[in-house]
Design a protein around this ligand. Structure first.
Ligand SMILES: Cc1cc2nc3c(=O)[nH]c(=O)nc-3n(C[C@H](O)[C@H](O)[C@H](O)COP(=O)(O)OP(=O)(O)OC[C@H]3O[C@@H](n4cnc5c(N)ncnc54)[C@H](O)[C@@H]3O)c2cc1C
Length: 451
């Protein structure tokens, strides 16, 4: 290895990559970070809550098929991750409930990401933006850095003892979505930064990394069908979190999921229905209590129905359920069938059991007017990716050889195995495994390093 080799080369400057690089720099290590976009931050700039399940048991309950070693590492590392953010002078507000079972802190992610970047530069370590990674460097099966393409078109070899893949996942690539999530995923909306197109996965697999998580699902939300998501300011405003209290029908007029379990889970289920679109039906009570109300404490509510309507979504306000029979034909939904299904559902709330069930909100939807909106799933990141251990070391695809690929780390949405058709936070794993990667590169745990 040449004299200029750094302790850690980080590929991708979002939540995971900046956390890792800043931690190494703060400890006096040497680091280089390369970011493909003009500016660092990735999807983390759109996020606001660092949260996860409060205990391993709770995480295992909501995510029983995820990797138990990673679940434990996430929960064990969460408090230290929050303490690290605070140690930089970035505010983590007092904990609030998230998605019913979770807990987390509102954080100004811009402040956090920019503080990490400044810390790295202040320690005379490099942050290279608009820089692309061509290939990883290897020597006898050991990853030793990467060959990068600089904005001026020149190539630079950056040698490193450890290399961290933190490019934010593959959700920006329609073909990879179709291959690893579902054939219909090729056509869904992207609710994330546009740069994360599977580069980390490709770099890792080219040196023998495994892949974990075909059919593991994805984190996303229902969004109004057909409305452009090109403006990231719309990612949160247009997300139809209120679906947890509405009824969702596919294009055949069937309900197919317990909507009350969570909009992010409903988004996954809708992807697998014909056409991957559905009609969301709410009544005046749901409009009052959920559509225009706040989703998480601290975030003011907006009338999402009105916003979606103004954005051009297929939507209507029906004065009575009987109006459903005259639903425009071009919408492609059997209006009379949906009318009957809503009436049947309301009848079961008096004592019977609706199918599918309604575990967390069994109240009827019988207060006119009815708010009808066409919804489709949009993806933030996939749960499949490079499998890692608790120290963020990438696992090898060759079971006969080493368990991990020497010199190679991954963190954040590039990784797979933690979640399987369940979700408990995206920032928290990026933070926790980003910091774990830093400690692996520094040669020990915070405790063994004497901190
Ligand atoms: C609207 C929205 C709201 C969200 N809200 C929350 C929330 O409140 N709480 C929560 O826990 N999670 C939230 N998330 C999810 C969270 O933002 C992600 O899970 C998290 O940012 C993942 O971190 P990461 O480092 O893996 O990826 P990112 O933060 O996306 O960073 C990846 C970086 O890698 C760069 N990159 C891509 N390819 C390359 C390459 N070849 N070379 C170099 N760099 C590359 C990208 O440009 C990007 O800067 C939200 C996401 C969105 C979109």
């Amino acid at each position: 290895m040449g004299a200029e080799a750094v302790d850690l080369l980080v590929i991708g400057g979002g939540m995971a990559g900046l956390s890792a690089a800043a931690q190494v720099a703060a400890e006096g290590g040497t680091v280089a970070l390369v970011e493909k976009a003009e500016r660092t931050g990735g999807s983390a700039r759109f996020a606001g809550f660092v949260w996860t399940a409060p205990t391993v048991e709770e995480l295992r309950r909501v995510n029983p098929d995820g990797d138990p070693e990673l679940a434990e590492a996430l929960i064990d590392g969460f408090a230290d991750g929050v303490a690290w953010i605070r140690s930089l002078g970035v505010e983590c507000r007092p904990p609030v409930p998230v998605l019913g079972f979770g807990r987390g802190h509102q954080v100004d992610t811009h402040h956090y990401l920019d503080t990490c970047e400044r810390l790295i530069r202040d320690r005379d370590q490099e942050v290279l933006t608009a820089t692309w990674t061509r290939a990883l460097l290897t020597e006898n099966g050991v990853v030793k850095g990467a060959e990068c393409l600089l904005p001026d078109g020149s190539t630079r070899r950056i040698e490193a003892a450890w290399t961290l893949l933190a490019t934010g996942g593959f959700q920006g690539d329609p073909a990879m979505r179709a291959e690893h999530i579902h054939p219909q995923a090729a056509g869904i909306g992207l609710r994330a930064n546009p740069e994360s197109r599977g580069d980390g996965l490709a770099l890792g697999r080219a040196v023998g990394a495994a892949f974990d998580g075909t059919d593991a699902g994805f984190y996303g939300h229902l969004m109004p069908a057909g409305v452009s998501l090109a403006d990231p300011a719309r990612f949160v405003d247009l997300a139809l979190y209120y679906s947890e209290h509405a009824l969702l029908f596919d294009i055949t007029g069937e309900r197919f999921v317990d909507e009350t379990m969570g909009d992010h889970l409903t988004a996954m289920a809708l992807l697998e229905r014909p056409g991957a679109r559905g009609l969301l039906v709410a009544d005046a009570r749901v409009h009052r209590e959920w559509i225009s109300a706040s989703y998480v404490e601290g975030i003011p509510g907006v009338d999402k129905f009105r916003l979606c309507h103004r954005a051009g979504a297929r939507s209507a306000v029906a004065e009575s359920l009987d109006d459903f029979a005259s639903m425009p034909e071009e919408w492609g939904y059997p209006g009379a069938v949906i009318r009957d299904r809503v009436k049947e559902f309301n009848a079961t709330t008096g004592g019977g059991a609706p199918v599918p069930g309604r575990l967390l909100d069994g109240r009827p939807l019988d207060e006119p007017p009815f708010y009808v909106l066409e919804a489709a799933p949009a993806i933030t990141f996939a749960f499949g990716g490079l499998p890692i251990d608790a120290g963020a070391r990438v696992l090898s695809a060759d079971p006969a050889g080493h368990r991990t690929i020497p010199g190679l780390l991954a963190a954040g949405a590039d990784t797979g195995g933690l979640y399987r058709r369940a979700y408990a936070g995206g920032l928290a794993p990026a933070l926790v495994f980003g910091l774990a990667a830093a400690w692996t590169a520094l040669g020990g745990t915070p405790a063994s390093a004497g901190h």
